[in-house]
Design a protein around this ligand. Sequence first.
Ligand SMILES: Cc1ncc(COP(=O)(O)O)c(C=O)c1O
Length: 420
Amino acid sequence: MKNALSFSLADFFFNDSPDVLSPPSDFEEWMNDPRTQECFGFFEQQLLSAPKSSTEILSNLEGKPKKVINLTSYNYLGLSFHPEVIQAAIEGLQKYGLGASGAPLLSGTLDLHAKFARMLADFKQKEDCILFSSGLAGNLGIMQGILRKGDLLVLDEKCHKSVIDGGTLSGARMQFFDHNDTEHLAQILDKNKDKRILVAVDGVYSMDGDLPNLPEIVKICDLFPDVRIYIDEAHSTLIFGANGRGVAEYFGLEDKIGISFGTLSKSFGGVGGFVCSNAKIIRYLKGYASSYSFSCASSPPVVAGLIKALEIATRDSTLRDKLWENTHYFKKNLQDLKLDLGNTESQVIPIIIGSSGELLFEMARDVQKKGLFLLPIDFPAVPATSRRFRISVSSQLTKDEIDKACNIIEDSIAKRLKKK
Ligand SMILES: Cc1ncc(COP(=O)(O)O)c(C=O)c1O
């Protein structure tokens, strides 16, 4: 294929094949091109041990196991392998077995699920909570459960794909406002006073690590008495706020949030999603969110482990403090290298490279060769003008690991950017 690297997944969405089980013919050609295969080689590299700060992967580039410093997992607080979490999960497994074996409304709700949902509602200071088997399922469920045709979902343009897909599923109209542009948001709300409206923002934007301008967003929404705010605190729960309740706590605006979403797959170290709000809408959601009512309840050992994870993360601030210490140290070192980190204010730190996909993948090969698990993020996941790497800082990283990582980043990324 001529210049395979000039194409991306954005080019093959529409399918001209008469058979729905055949991808577009040029997609096959693109995927089979050695240059595409080299780029896709970064995906689905297998981890051979827990997602710790130093771990081992089966390197697709080298075709063999490779020890790496891990900057790519969402295990921000290291809770997925915390000894107390593992012990709690083992006990949950022994008592309840592997699966819940039922939908939550029928036989799938165990005392564990009810206890955990109560703990989460109390933690988030909301009346009630509903659990989902994944974060994505939670976002699909909220939007599809509460929005109807004729409603309007107003989203920041950088909201996560699961919120957008939930909006599509709901049949509500969706309108995006420019990232953190509150004037644009105000214009949209002003033009739609006759609609039922939900405004959606992320707590931490997952590709950029920046925060919503919540104080201004709340100020605008307060001008419209029926407009409600939804926040996706996937990357901010257990990390932001004096008690780790998230970005809404950090800004002192929790009472202004109508519905608060979190995932259990990131700082909690497990898997699942949860939504906290007033008790009436949670009860309603249980009847109308298909990803809740038509899907098996989450695995009991996972829930048992998550209960312990929440206890550990909230009994004191040790892990959170360590994460912030590491984040500040890492960020300072990267700033000294004069790298473009966008507007990150969190443990999600992008290193923005620019528009060259070839340069991005050349750097990606080099960092991995030198022992860093740091993946390239390409268009269409991010704009074609700001291809990047994305660091997920963990509380588990040692200073020595951060120093080593920064040396590799300097050699493989910063020096190449200087030459450009
Ligand atoms: C902002 C945001 N919301 C929701 C999700 C979905 O969560 P999960 O991966 O737990 O399904 C993600 C996942 O990366 C995310 O970044």
